[in-house]
Design a protein around this ligand. Structure first.
Ligand code: UD1
Ligand code: UDP
Length: 353
């Protein structure tokens, strides 16, 4: 069986680590296409190097511009590769523009699509990730939601249970492997880890200002690896200097996965608007403070393990001091064997049929 995996942004690469191994173990021939959506070394090729992921077979030039221009260029690129490679299946993951480009190009060529992390719904209709996920789901022949509520959403929307498989979260597979291989233990340290990159926060001066004010007014210490988009926006809105001048805030470039997981494992609390980091923080039993009101794992919030403070300065300051969720928590993300299960289902469906 031959597949094409379409990747393009940071959150795709650590999942590719678990997927490529599972595909290899099942004799699935994998061609990796990198759309070029993320292009800085530390947002892209660093992950291939440090995690020993095979280099992409195709890697696109940098495409800068608005969503239409970026997605259109990636669509054309993936279409060309699929015409050349003629795979049995295209794999896309998550909810970024590369996901939707890969899924759409493939479905139009009548090449079946598998969508990993399908089905998540935030009911935030114009959120870019929500749009990408809905389109990718529509284009997919086989869907792999990573959590129960995503599985339930898909069935509720009329997807056939024969095509929807709940296998767990590939991101957890990678996290557990790396923790085991590098003996990383989760302990509550004396700093909080912060990540911030959602367009809703970075592109809105008022929200960004409010979050930065909370950091500056807090007496706590923070480690803050800064996404390139966020650095550019902080600079643009004149907010970067005050963060740089604050001795309690360690501003870092985007980190490799190993370094990031070490900081995450050692953090006291985690403040984030990331879809992936909130799940990793939950798995490592950290209090999760959400800097956006988009809920991607409802039970995390409803049961009090994650707290939405949005960009509200007073709520952020209060949560930094007072948020104490229970340490013991239910398993929401599977058993760390999602990639193996996915590969097995693909072989049974497309090879042993
Ligand atoms: C994208 C995804 C988002 C995901 C995030 C993961 C979409 C619509 N958004 O957001 O869902 O959570 O990736 O990190 O697909 N930039 C660089 N260097 C890079 C990458 C980006 O400088 O290597 C800067 C550029 O100014 C670029 C901007 O960041 O224009 C935005 O990049 P883009 O890939 O469009 O969106 P992200 O904000 O990274
Ligand atoms: N991550 C990383 N270095 C960093 C910040 C995050 O390796 O400096 C990892 C993190 O462990 C998680 C993934 O990047 O696996 C999440 O990506 P991001 O927050 O960019 O995107 P999202 O998950 O919100 O789409």
């Amino acid at each position: 069986m031959k597949i094409v995996s379409v990747v393009g942004t940071r959150p795709n690469f650590m999942k590719e680590y678990s997927l490529f191994k599972a595909f290899k173990d099942n004799d699935i021939e994998e061609v990796i296409v990198h759309t070029g959506q993320h292009y800085d070394f530390e947002m892209s090729l660093l992950f291939f190097q440090e995690l020993d992921i095979p280099n992409p077979n195709y890697i696109a030039d940098v495409i800068k511009g608005d969503h239409g221009k970026q997605t259109g260029a990636m669509l054309a690129l993936v279409e060309e590769v699929l015409q050349e490679e003629k795979p049995d299946l295209t794999i896309v993951c998550g909810d970024v523009n590369s996901t939707v480009a890969g899924a759409l190009a493939s479905a139009k060529l009548r090449i079946p699509v598998a969508h990993i992390e399908a089905g998540l719904r935030s009911v935030s209709y114009y959120n870019p990730e929500e749009i990408n996920r809905r389109v990718a789901d529509t284009c997919s022949e086989i869907l792999f939601p990573h959590i129960q509520e995503a599985y339930d959403s898909l069935l509720g929307e009329g997807y056939s249970p024969e095509n929807v498989h709940l296998c767990g979260d590939v991101m957890k597979d990678t996290l557990l492997s790396i923790q085991r291989d590098f003996k990383i233990r989760a302990e509550r340290g004396n700093y909080h880890l912060l990540t911030l990159h959602r367009a809703e926060n970075t592109d809105d001066a008022e929200r960004l200002q409010s979050i930065v004010s909370a950091l500056n007014e807090s007496e706590a210490s923070f480690v803050f690896p800064v996404h390139p988009r966020t650095r550019a926006c902080l600079k643009h809105f004149g907010l970067l200097k005050e963060l740089e001048d604050n001795p309690r805030i360690e501003l870092l470039p985007p980190l490799g996965y190993l370094d990031f997981i070490k900081y995450l494992a050692g953090a006291d609390k985690v403040l984030t608007d990331s879809g992936g980091v909130r799940r990793e923080a939950y798995i490592l039993k950290k209090p999760v403070i959400l800097l956006i009101d988009i809920v991607w794992v409802r039970s995390m919030v409803e049961k009090g393990y994650a707290l939405i403070v949005d960009a509200d300065k007073e709520k952020i300051l209060d949560a930094i001091v007072n948020f104490r969720p229970p340490a013991e928590r239910p398993n929401l993300f599977g058993r760390g064997d999602a990639a193996v299960k996915i590969a097995d289902i693909l072989v049974n469906r497309y090879v042993n049929r």
